[in-house]
Design a protein around this ligand. Sequence first.
Ligand SMILES: [Zn+2]
Length: 138
Amino acid sequence: MTKKDLDRYKKLLLKKKEEVSAAMRHIEKDALSQSPRDAAGDLSGYALHIADIATDSYDREFSLGLATNAQRILYEIDEALKRVVEKGFGNCLSCSKPINRRRLTAIPYASLCIACQSKEETKRRRSVSSSGGLAPEI
Ligand SMILES: [Zn+2]
């Protein structure tokens, strides 16, 4: 990855960070607000920004979940910005192969390549289902 590429992704990350922070402030304000009608009307301007972490449904509990999700994304963005400075940005943290550029443009804070990401998700699903079941008796 060239310096020019890194600068481009850094800009993307900073832009994303700003968007997520703005969305999070908005979500938290709405979640604490006593007037759901105002909150819903007010949200329209942010619908695009939080489109990747939100759906249409909107209630207090959902908002708080979103705020948590937004917080996690902010953390991942900061980690990615660190990787831009310390080198290693754009490479998968698991297998060290370069992450697909289109994926990075869509999710500049991605830390895993698509192959490793789907492996992680399969693992997580399996551990959830196995922890819910009974341990085999030997
Ligand atoms: Zn990988």
